[in-house]
Design a binder for this molecule. Structure first.
Ligand SMILES: [Zn+2]
Length: 80
């Protein structure tokens, strides 16, 4: 089964795009840390286990990220 992100385009059509899947939480965490270290990020990205595909996705949890958290993510960021 696929788990898709659903959003509406400017014409009001529903568009689905597949979510990024990670087989391990470690992989998902690396990407989440990378996302959280971006200076223009407003909302925190978290990893979660999907109830549909049983893999890991990353997504916003609705909480705003603060400078300290962004800093911490930046230090842990393995892409640098
Ligand atoms: Zn899924």
């Amino acid at each position: 089964m696929e788990c898709d992100k659903i959003f509406e385009n400017e014409k009001g059509e529903l568009i689905t795009t597949p979510k990024r899947k990670f087989s391990t939480i470690d992989e998902a965490t690396i990407v989440a840390e990378y996302e959280n270290s971006k200076f223009d990020r407003t909302y925190k990205v978290v990893t979660y286990k999907c109830k549909i595909c049983y893999k890991y996705h990353i997504g916003r949890d609705g909480n705003k990220i603060n400078d300290k958290e962004r800093d911490n993510s930046s230090k842990k960021n393995k892409f640098k």
